[in-house]
Design a protein around this ligand. Structure first.
Ligand code: C2E
Ligand code: MG
Ligand code: MG
Length: 548
């Protein structure tokens, strides 16, 4: 029993003992009164009067009174005994219940951790856990100069199967595939579902390439027997791409990208599996090759930043500008963040993207400040950034280097990012907020954050997701959600920002609903730095705020 548990037991015992002792004292008093009354009655019966002599006589001669005289001691001893037993029993009950509650809380916590690291459908590790294991395996392989392999497996024609048989049957198939894959790999190997019908196998330590090919063949064999989906039996093939460390890449993201290139090659050649070679790159889908080019794009400054103002309703001033990145690709033209940010997140490159964006955006803010334009900047950060231990030092270092105040920086995080590994994310947010940086929750209303958790986070602002604002005029449900989010934000003492303000209607309606700040094309589209500075200085281009 731990020290604190013993303390609880002792404290409870003391409390109950005190209460039981009080009742034992009452018992003793009643017994004493009974003795006095009985003695008087005996004296009265024997002598016809109650006198001192009669009472003494009765006490000396009456055997029944002798017995009655013992009763206060009996009450005292019995009371003490009962109080001890009761107190310890009650104390033990309290301790039992506390332990039970603690065990339940731990189970809930374990379940939550499991849910964020595992795929709900197949119970296999998900992308979050895979990334972690990949990083560890690469680290170890570097240190020990050992070999490792990453394989990506994708089912052939899964989309057709899903469309033809329906989602439920598609899910059933994926569960069966997952079970067979699990049985086909070794304990030390990780098999994860990275999304849709794509699975990743990580072989953290292999003696030779032959080991990996052996696993690839095992997987192919495991899928050979037809899958039983109730009404139908299905033959399913898969394509596997293999990449080796260190030959094909020496980082997690490179290995994943190369394995994916090889997987597409296996699909085209219908060869079952394929090992990466650089000639395969030219036949891969755009998104796969983009991943390979992203790191280089960062080094060659191909990323471009645009800034979109957020306007404070109270004074019609720009509170800060949100920085939005675009990729100016030499062949594909401008690629929007919605295409390349998920790729960067998937491959772990996002940390480098975020570092680049932070550095350039804060330098720009410093430049504006020196030119007499005082602004704040909001930077979007991803889940993995919150788990990057260097984020805090990087951000505070950049603020200091550009002589900026921490309150000039807002970090925008989506709800889902916070919910993945809540403790770590909360910890990082608390450190950042502690230094004066403001935290905003982006795309609010689309994630799964629990209100209880939200209220303990150091969040200063919530941004209503633009999907609700865009059609609030024609969609009463969305209009209600907008209103509810504004009320919720205010009740939690947060600033509420409406994004996606495209029309005069949305602009006026959000002001009427007491939204604190507005952002959207109606005010200004995202602009390059110079244009943004002109926009900020020329207040005549801004719609006038309606005082309500
Ligand atoms: P977000 O953070 O919610 O940014 C707002 C998005 O809404 C931007 O899209 C912006 O151009 C767009 N927008 C603004 N006003 C309007 C409007 O009135 N109507 C409509 N329809 N759209 C409007 P964008 O620039 O394409 O960025 C998309 C998302 O990509 C961002 O959503 C953000 O989540 C992500 N993103 C952009 N840059 C970065 C970055 O540097 N790092 C990270 N991690 N994510 C980024
Ligand atoms: Mg944002
Ligand atoms: Mg948003």
């Amino acid at each position: 029993m731990s020290h604190s548990t013993l303390q609880v037991l002792t404290d409870n015992a003391k409390l109950l003992k005190a209460s039981a002792s009080k009742h034992a004292i009452y018992g003793v008093l009643i017994a004493v009164i009974a003795i006095v009354v009985a003695t008087c009655m005996v004296s009265f019966v024997e002598h016809g009067t109650v006198s001192i002599d009669g009472v003494i006589e009765a006490q000396k001669t009456n055997v029944a009174l002798w017995l009655l005289n013992l009763s206060p001691f009996g009450f005292a001893v019995w009371g003490q005994y009962v109080s001890n037993v009761m107190a310890f029993q009650a104390g033990a009950m309290v301790v039992d219940q506390t332990n039970e509650l603690r065990a339940q809380a731990q189970a809930i916590e374990r379940r939550a951790t499991y849910e964020v690291t595992h795929d709900r459908l197949t119970n296999l590790p998900n992308r979050v856990l895979l990334q972690d294991r990949l990083d560890q395996a690469v680290h170890l392989a570097h240190r020990e100069c050992s070999k490792m392999a990453v394989m990506i497996m994708d089912l052939d024609r899964f989309k057709e199967i899903n469309d033809a048989l329906g989602r439920d049957q598609g899910d059933r198939l994926l569960r069966q595939v997952a079970a067979r894959l699990k049985a086909a790999v070794q304990e030390t190997e990780t098999i994860a579902r990275s999304g849709g019908d794509e699975f990743v196998v990580l072989l953290p330590k292999i003696a030779s390439e032959q080991d990996a090919l052996h696993t690839a063949i095992n997987i192919g064999n495991a899928l050979k027997a037809a899958f039983d989906l109730g009404q139908s039996r299905l033959d399913v093939q898969a394509s596997i791409g293999v990449a080796f460390f260190p030959e094909h890449g020496n980082s997690a993201e490179d290995l994943l990208q190369r394995a994916e290139v090889a997987m597409y090659s296996a699909k085209q050649e219908k060869s079952g599996y394929s090992i990466y070679n650089d000639k395969q790159e030219k036949n891969s889908p755009r998104r796969v090759t983009l991943v390979g080019e992203l790191r280089q794009a960062l080094e060659q400054d191909e990323l471009l930043l645009e800034y979109q103002p957020k306007i404070n309703v109270a004074n019609n001033q720009v509170s800060e500008v949100e920085v939005l990145s675009r990729w100016r690709h030499p062949r594909h033209g401008v690629i929007p963040p919605e295409e390349f940010i998920p790729l960067a997140e998937r491959t772990g490159l996002i940390r480098i993207v975020t570092a680049w964006v932070l550095k350039n955006a804060l330098n720009q803010l410093g430049e504006w400040s020196r030119a007499g334009i005082e602004l704040g900047v909001a930077v979007n950060i991803s889940t993995q950034d919150l788990h990057d231990q260097e984020l805090y030092d990087r951000v505070t270092g950049l603020l200091a280097a550009n002589r900026l105040d921490a309150s000039q920086l807002v970090l925008e995080i989506t709800e889902t990012s916070i919910m993945i590994d809540k403790d770590r994310a909360t910890n990082m947010l608390q450190r950042l907020a502690g230094s004066g940086i403001r935290i905003a929750i982006d795309d609010f209303g689309t994630g799964y954050s629990s209100l209880a958790h939200l209220s303990v986070l150091p969040v200063k602002e919530i941004k209503i997701d633009k999907s609700f604002v865009l059609d609030m005029k024609d969609n009463p449900k969305h209009a209600n959600i907008v209103r509810a989010i504004i009320d919720l934000g205010h009740n939690l003492d947060m600033r509420v920002v409406g994004e996606g303000v495209e029309t005069e209607y949305a602009y006026r309606e959000l002001q009427r609903l007491r939204c604190d700040a507005l952002q959207g094309d109606y005010l200004s589209q995202p602009l390059e730095a110079q244009q943004l500075a002109n926009w900020v200085l020329d207040t005549s281009r801004r719609p006038k705020v309606q005082r309500i």
